[in-house]
Design a binder for this molecule. Structure first.
Ligand code: EPU
Length: 426
């Protein structure tokens, strides 16, 4: 079995380049299905979720050419079926975007039910609501979701909850629908805006992305395009947290500082020095972190995908902090792992009360999901002694070259198999 092994205590220093945003890439790749031409996508992160989606498109008939590590050219013109039933779909939540994209292209779709991180119930009722307003009926049988319509027509979609996935899926279905679609109570995440910019670069007419009302005038054709994906807000936030946890001095390159504002504000509250420049950010930390309270919310609130990493920082901060999860029902599974490292945390429903301890101590732990795994790395880097992280696949779903990047910042981190053969020392 593969494990990440960390000997904690090294102060991180130097600079690291942030990769393209996972959650933008996993929306943009399915969106390529809607195009009538070749799409060249730059700054694509080389991570498992993205590579699985690219393979799915390839299996569906798209021609895929890798130009270099972070640039792909995808020609979707040979995709001629609205049916997608591949093993990879059941592994990842983002495969549900195939529904919106195939529906938008063919006015019908049949896609395997998506998988993804387990944070409790992950309904798609709001996605189906969006499709239904546009004229698509849905049914589920044999693990497949089926959507059928007699041609999509624009409509007024009011989302009952702010949902990134439902916003994106409705956009995908609506860009080529006849007439105007309005999405109210839309998600405002940077990756929603990036998808809108990508669609517009193909000739779509999407306005208002980044606000809670998105207006889409359907168009008949979408052209090929060249598009550069935004930097990953959460990868950046994770390296910021790691710099703070190790009393380090780290400069993150290729970031959009505006996307990091809620994270920057919390780190400053904790006594961390954050300097913002045009497309980079420097994070320095000395001495003990201060306690604070954090509540996760849809953008521009504090991102739920940074909740585990910030909880690690608070577990070694002065005093008692309260972390409230405002997006998911059950996103504290990793706390049991953190407690193995000596953290003092009690969880009641969606609230974690964290009493800061002097230091975490290395231990064998599991990555219970993607961001929980990232948090275990941050914990391991700051801990005394050795941390062994199992189930590293979760981490590779969303972090490009994570071991190499941390090692380049001075971390003592490597990958081993359970027989303890070192397979990679970056
Ligand atoms: N929800 C519903 N009905 C729906 C859809 C969502 O009730 O039809 C609820 C969910 O149960 C949840 C809330 O709405 O309580 C927000 O869910 P959302 O739809 O926004 O989440 P998602 O689209 O499934 C994306 C990210 C997640 C991130 C959330 C919230 C992708 C591929 N995934 O998920 O990212 O946590 O938005 O920001 O974009 C990650 O990257 O680690 C990750 C899990």
């Amino acid at each position: 079995m593969k494990k990440i092994v960390i000997n904690g205590g090294n102060r991180l220093h130097g600079s690291v380049c942030i990769s393209g945003a996972k959650n933008a890439a996993v929306a943009i790749i399915p969106a390529i299905i809607l195009s009538d031409g070749v799409c060249r996508i730059e700054n694509i992160p080389n991570i498992m979720d993205v590579n699985l989606l690219v393979n799915i498109l390839h299996q569906m008939g798209a021609a895929v050419r890798r130009i270099d590590k972070s640039t792909l050219e995808i020609d979707p013109r040979r995709i001629n079926s609205s049916f997608a039933n591949y093993d990879a779909i059941r592994k990842m939540r983002a495969s549900c975007y195939l529904l919106g994209a195939l529906l938008g292209k063919f006015s019908e779709a049949e896609v395997a039910l998506p998988g993804g991180c387990d944070f409790g119930v992950r309904p798609i009722d709001q996605h189906l609501k969006g499709f239904s307003v546009l004229g698509a009926e849905n049914s589920v049988s044999g693990g497949m979701i089926k959507l059928k319509s007699n041609g999509l027509k624009g409509g007024h979609v009011y989302l009952d909850v702010v949902s990134v996935g439902a916003t994106i899926n409705t956009m995908l279905a609506a860009v080529k629908a006849e007439g105007k679609t309005i999405i109210e109570n839309a998600a405002r995440e940077p990756h929603v805006v990036d998808l809108a910019n990508f669609l517009n670069s193909m000739g779509a007419d999407v306005r208002g992305a980044g606000t809670d009302v998105i207006k889409i005038n359907g168009v008949k054709h979408l052209n090929g395009t060249t598009y550069t994906i935004i930097p990953d807000q959460i990868e950046a936030g994770t390296y910021m947290a790691a710099a703070a946890a190790t009393q380090g001095d780290v400069t993150l390159k290729n970031v959009i500082t505006k996307h990091l504002e809620s994270i920057t504000a919390k780190l400053r509250e904790m006594g961390v020095q954050v300097e913002e420049y045009d497309d980079c950010i420097r994070v320095c930390s000395e001495g003990r972190l201060h306690r604070c309270n954090v509540k996760t919310m849809p953008h521009p609130g504090f991102p739920t995908d940074m909740q585990p990493q910030i909880a690690v920082l608070l577990s070694v901060a002065d005093g008692t902090s309260i972390v409230t999860e405002g997006v998911w029902d059950n996103r504290f599974k990793y706390i049991d792992e953190l407690k193995r490292m000596g953290a003092d945390v009690s969880v009641d429903g969606k609230v974690a009360v964290i009493q800061g301890v002097d230091t975490l101590k290395g231990a064998p732990v599991k990555a219970t999901d993607l961001r929980a795994g990232a948090a275990m790395i941050v914990a391991g880097l700051s801990a005394q002694g050795t941390t062994y992280i199992e189930d590293t696949d979760h981490i590779e779903r969303g972090y490009e070259d994570v071991v190499e990047k941390f090692a380049s910042l001075g971390a003592d981190i490597r990958v081993v198999y359970t027989d303890d053969t070192v397979v990679q020392r970056a």
